[in-house]
Design a protein around this ligand. Structure first.
Ligand code: SF4
Length: 231
């Protein structure tokens, strides 16, 4: 069981971090772009910081003009690799982006996938996205909540760490953490709390030496209350 006050975690965090600066996050910056470009941007943020993902995305834009399937397919593999190098895992990422471009360049593919996702439940839409090359659970959830406004809760490394430290779950795999937050929060708050928790992880509940003495949620954090670190 978790304390009821956890439902209001968004209010607590908002008092400290206020309005989130969306320009620090790659996905909200590009959520109005075409779906292909948006997915490429989110893929660039996998296992790296938003800062590096934004640099890689901007480098790619610089060499391609627009990030479209056609431009990707007509460019050189090494050029793509060079542009996205800053994000790491560049060869693997470049291959996945090219595979994705092949799919998205098929006639009718974009209309079909947008239509299917729009008209499916969250869980069905996730399954559709998880079949795409380079799209794992977190990427699928970011696409669903930011691009399609579907109620889901993406879990990144900051959210995983904070949830572990709060200490109300038996298991801390991706799905358990996602379902935990989806169960306790109002769906209208999913995106806001997702971003606030990331801000909290970057600024206060850091991987090493979390600043518990100035943390506004310490009264319901088991890590703080017990003094037993859970990493
Ligand atoms: S009390 Fe410490 S460990 Fe718990 S959420 Fe706050 S900063 Fe993180």
């Amino acid at each position: 069981m978790y304390p009821i006050v956890l439902k209001r975690i968004g209010e607590y965090l908002e008092r400290v971090y206020g309005e989130i600066d969306l320009s620090e996050f790659i996905a909200p910056r590009i959520r109005k772009r075409e779906l292909f470009e948006f997915i490429v941007g989110v893929m660039l943020s996998q296992n790296t910081s938003d800062r590096n993902a934004i640099k890689a995305y901007e480098n790619l834009k610089k060499i391609l003009g627009d990030i479209t399937p056609e431009k990707i397919l007509s460019s050189n593999f090494d050029e793509i690799v060079e542009a996205i190098r800053v994000a790491g895992m560049y060869r693997q990422r470049a291959s996945r982006i090219i595979e994705l471009a092949r799919l998205f360049s098929k006639p009718g593919f974009v209309e079909k996938i947008v239509n299917n996702i729009t008209n499916s439940s969250v869980e069905e839409a996730r399954e559709i996205l998880l079949k795409l090359p380079g799209v794992g659970a977190k990427t699928a959830d970011v696409i669903l909540i930011m691009y399609f406004n579907k109620p889901t809760f993406p879990v990144d490394t900051h959210i995983t760490r904070i949830t572990k430290r709060l200490g109300y779950l038996e298991r801390y795999d991706y799905e358990s953490i996602r379902r935990f937050w989806m169960k306790i929060l109002d769906p209208r708050d999913y995106l806001k709390v997702h971003l606030l928790l990331i801000a909290h992880g970057r600024k206060t509940c850091k991987p090493r030496n979390p600043e518990c003495s100035r943390c506004v949620i310490r009264e319901f954090c088991k890590y703080y209350l017990s003094g037993k670190p859970r990493r």
